[in-house]
Design a protein around this ligand. Structure first.
Ligand SMILES: [Zn+2]
Length: 63
């Protein structure tokens, strides 16, 4: 299973709240953490692929 996730900015049309969100690719509208409305929009910044189980994920950042 190689599920793709997106991260970016989401905003609520009800209360104008804006937050950083992460959601699975193709997910339904996000729920506003402020007012609970799902009348929201999101702007995808990037798509991230979660590491698959058993993979080597202990990589160090090259300095
Ligand atoms: Zn809201």
């Amino acid at each position: 299973m190689n599920e793709q996730w997106c991260s970016g900015t989401a905003e609520c049309f009800e209360c104008d709240y804006e937050w950083i969100a992460v959601w699975p690719l193709g997910a339904d509208a996000l729920e506003c953490p402020e007012c609970g409305s799902d009348d929201t929009d999101r702007t995808r910044r990037k798509t991230v692929a979660l590491p698959t189980k058993g993979g080597h994920t202990c990589s160090r950042e090259p300095s």
